[in-house]
Design a binder for this molecule. Structure first.
Ligand code: URA
Ligand code: SF4
Length: 212
């Protein structure tokens, strides 16, 4: 299957999926959306009220705040892929349960493999835990990590920042750093910086030796 076909198949599968209890209260599943070859994937938690109505990610209050954060970072929403770790709304917006996260993960895995992004921005702790198990969001937010051959940037969830005023300066600050982090990821620096230096050292050795 082509990446386009994989994404279309996932969207079709989640719309009728019954692999976990969340299907019972689902109106519309939210597969996620964005360009097939997006460089960046933003991964949130799960659909809320408006997302469940419309079948689209981040279209409610948290989505409006995310739009502002993206605009501030000069990231165009149409250029990025946006989705969630669970595709159906947890009733009353409760936290997704471990078995629901586990059941839904095959869809996200298929999406990540098809899109093959260089950068994954996790929104909230459930998405962060998939890539950085055991990490504390209060300690690692805004810090880019290399996970396998991708960069992962954990961010606070926009809804959390809307409800807890104390988190707002932190999420604003983290998104403000995004253009710089993207540049760093694009040039392949970040975590692999020491490897570049090691490569340069042997090149200089023959030159120095030839002086004597
Ligand atoms: N919160 C999320 O985590 N995802 C959405 O799609 C909307 C709100
Ligand atoms: Fe299926 Fe995921 Fe929806 Fe559960 S949340 S029913 S696993 S699509």
């Amino acid at each position: 299957m082509t990446p386009e076909e994989v994404l279309a198949q996932v969207a079709k599968d989640v719309s009728v999926c019954t692999k976990c209890e969340l299907h019972r209260s689902r109106k519309k599943a939210v597969p996620g959306e964005g360009p097939t070859h997006a460089e960046i994937m933003f991964i949130g938690e799960g659909p809320g009220f408006h997302e469940n109505e419309q079948g689209r990610p981040f279209v409610g209050a948290a989505g409006q705040f995310l739009d502002q954060l993206l605009a501030q970072a000069s990231v165009t929403r149409a250029d990025v892929w946006i989705g969630n770790v669970v595709k159906c709304r947890p009733p009353g917006n409760r936290d997704p349960l471990p078995e629901e996260l586990a059941a839904c993960d095959v869809y996200l895995e298929a999406q990540i493999n098809a899109i093959n992004p260089s950068i994954i921005v996790t929104l909230g702790r459930f998405s962060m835990n998939k890539f950085l198990p055991g990490a504390k969001i209060s300690a690692v937010h805004g810090q880019m990590r290399k996970v396998g051959d991708r960069y992962v940037i954990p961010m606070f969830h926009p809804a959390a920042a809307l409800h807890q005023a104390a988190l707002k300066p932190a999420i604003l600050g983290d998104f403000a750093k995004l253009p710089e982090l993207l540049k760093e990821a694009r040039t392949g620096m970040g975590r692999s910086a020491p490897a570049v230096k090691i490569e340069e050292t042997p090149k200089e050795e023959p030159k120095q030796l030839s002086l004597f």
